[in-house]
Design a protein around this ligand. Structure first.
Ligand SMILES: Nc1ncnc2c1ncn2[C@@H]1O[C@H](COP(=O)(O)OP(=O)(O)OP(=O)(O)O)[C@@H](O)[C@H]1O
Length: 307
């Protein structure tokens, strides 16, 4: 039996001033699953992640459904893993007090129980005994762990981690992903990971959702999507990444992604696509299923090219 669906997104649309930046994104995440959102800058990954958390800018218009509904259960069922540990923690309160306050904001428990839950959360991420410390008394790595303790203290079903484009150093990223993976194994916590790091996708993700110009253009098992992309977009994106074992740049995706409000007619990728034909410039391709993969392309690769 498949694990239960812990997050369901249907036809999510996010717009600004009548211009859609996320254009009908749908996906499900099951317990214990790591789902990576990938694609170039501006594809709509961060907006999608923020919509899951109910953290969109005030000026955004949103439609579609996200389950669980964020209105009441957010603190409990779905939580953000902030990447910037310093700004995520208050400098003037002890770490344990901050965690206990997070517990009491969503659960009706007494102070003592909240403190115990906070201490247990710090224990789980490998920094026992730090409850009485202030953030500045901890090392950078310990603060990062404290932030993960904060995100997980209420035992959410889903964690959302949005990697900033300004790269975290590799060690820190690795530590965070390792801790989140441990959490998944011990409790089945699902993870939605926004990332540019295909190596992390290969190693940690079960499913990959490839976004382009506000839509999902390919989705499927992460390793298969990386090894044999069906959409020309993902094939081009992978081919343009430097590889440790090969020439630095085999092929660069020509041009740049379109900005919302200035999409080309037809498929938004057509002007950059080596396989574009007339039909691609006429209408947007619908999403369709191809061997367990979801692909929105008029000319998907039937066999797939090794990435
Ligand atoms: N507050 C806003 N007002 C207007 N447009 C916005 C706003 N926030 C985001 N956008 C636009 O929405 C599009 C998608 O942005 P988003 O941040 O989701 O992209 P992304 O795929 O996460 O990129 P990156 O990988 O660089 O984080 C971008 O073109 C961006 O300019």
């Amino acid at each position: 039996m498949e694990p239960e669906v812990v997050l369901s997104v249907r036809d999510l649309r996010v717009g600004f001033g009548g211009v859609e930046a996320v254009r009908g994104v749908s996906f499900e995440v099951r317990a214990g699953e790591v789902c990576a959102l990938v694609g170039e800058s501006g594809a709509g990954k961060s907006l999608t992640a923020r919509a899951l958390l109910g953290m969109l800018p005030r000026e955004a218009t949103v439609s579609g459904t996200v389950r669980p509904d964020l209105s009441g259960a957010r603190g409990r069922r779905i939580a953000l893993v902030p990447q910037d540990a310093l700004s995520a923690l208050s400098p003037v309160h002890r770490v344990g007090d901050q965690l206990a306050a997070a517990v009491r904001s969503v659960r009706r428990v007494g102070r003592r129980e909240a403190r115990e839950l906070a201490a247990a959360a710090l224990d789980r991420v490998g920094i026992p005994g730090t409850a009485r410390s202030y953030p500045h008394e901890l090392s950078g790595g310990m603060r990062q762990r404290a932030v993960i303790a904060m995100a997980t203290v209420n035992e959410p079903d889903v964690l959302v981690a949005d990697e900033p484009t300004t790269a975290l150093d590799a060690d820190r990223r690795e530590r965070v992903l390792g801790l989140l993976a441990a959490r998944r194994e011990s409790r089945g916590t699902a993870l939605v990971l926004v990332t540019h790091d295909m190596d992390a996708v290969r190693r940690y993700a079960h499913r990959a959702l490839v976004m382009y110009a506000g839509r999902v253009v390919e989705a499927g098992p992460a390793r298969e999507v990386l090894a044999r992309p069906r959409s020309p977009y993902m094939a081009g994106l992978l081919a343009s990444l430097p590889r440790p074992d090969g020439p630095r740049r085999l092929y660069a995706l020509p041009g740049a992604p379109p900005v919302p409000g200035a999409l080309p007619p037809g498929c938004a990728f057509a002007p950059r696509c080596p396989r574009a034909a007339q039909v691609c410039h006429r209408g947007e391709p619908p999403e369709r299923e191809l061997d367990g993969r979801l692909v929105a392309c008029h000319h998907p690769d039937p066999a797939g090219e090794p990435g």
